[in-house]
Design a protein around this ligand. Structure first.
Ligand code: FPP
Length: 229
């Protein structure tokens, strides 16, 4: 693979709350608008030959938000599943989830199972939703699995096979909207050599022009993975 080939783009969608506050709207409106912009952004990435797109939609730390906001986000997830399920299958996009989703209500888990089932379809791209996802928790899960199996020596390849992302390449580019420049417990293992792109644009304002800008910026990077060229 050429150093600047790009296969996987992961996005930390930040700034929904501020977008709403700036308009004197409830935070929920920011999340709703945040959901609305997803199709345009994902479509543009896929048009640019990106095979894997991961969206950080709900972090393990988001569990500490008020009940009402968490419920609103769950409702949006359900709404999205109902709305996009057919659409993405028609467009040959595989949908998958990373994170600990077992706590979700049964009817939602069933819906997720239906839309993420592995059939014989040959997919053009994969959309991965990180939900109740935390990078540290993911690593601890792996360690616990290893302890259970009485394994006392492993290598990186073995470790990677036990991560949620075992079937997904590491992200080449991580985009974070909303002005903060940090990783916030996202893909801690997988981001070891990811290029980072930060923008002050709030997520609900992010659009396909911004996607192009981020991809252009990525192309200029020199990815030497610690080597001299
Ligand atoms: C961060 O903004 C965003 C979130 C915690 C939620 C992201 C969710 C969506 C875009 C909609 C749901 C998505 C799916 C796939 C169902 P923030 O609230 O932390 O913003 P702030 O930093 O301005 O307060």
């Amino acid at each position: 693979m050429k150093t600047n080939d790009i296969n996987h783009v992961a996005i930390i969608m930040d700034g929904n709350g501020r977008w709403a506050e700036q308009r004197n709207l409830p935070r929920f409106s920011g999340h709703k608008k945040g959901l609305d912009v997803i199709p345009e952004v994902v479509e543009e990435l896929i048009n640019n030959k990106i095979k894997y797109v991961t969206l950080f939609a709900f972090s393990t730390e988001n569990n500490f938000r008020p009940e009402e906001e968490k419920e609103n986000l769950l409702n949006l997830l359900e709404f999205a599943l109902n709305k996009v399920a057919k659409e993405i299958q028609k467009n040959k996009i595989k949908l998958s989830f990373i994170g600990d989703i077992e706590y979700l209500p049964k009817h939602l888990l069933k819906k997720i199972k239906n839309v993420t089932r592995n059939d014989e379809v040959k997919y053009d791209a994969e959309l991965i939703i990180a939900w109740n996802y935390g990078g540290r928790q993911e690593i601890i899960n792996v360690v616990n699995k290893l302890i259970k199996q009485n394994i006392n020596h492993i290598d990186e390849t073995h470790f990677e096979k036990l991560l949620y992302t075992s079937e997904i390449p590491n992200p080449d580019l991580i985009i974070r909207t909303g002005g903060q420049q940090r990783i916030s417990n996202f893909m801690l293992w997988q981001s070891a050599y990811s290029e980072m792109y930060f923008t002050t644009k709030l997520w609900p304002d992010f659009n396909k022009k911004d996607v192009i800008k981020a991809l252009k910026d990525f192309k200029k990077r020199n990815r030497n993975y610690g080597k001299t060229n």
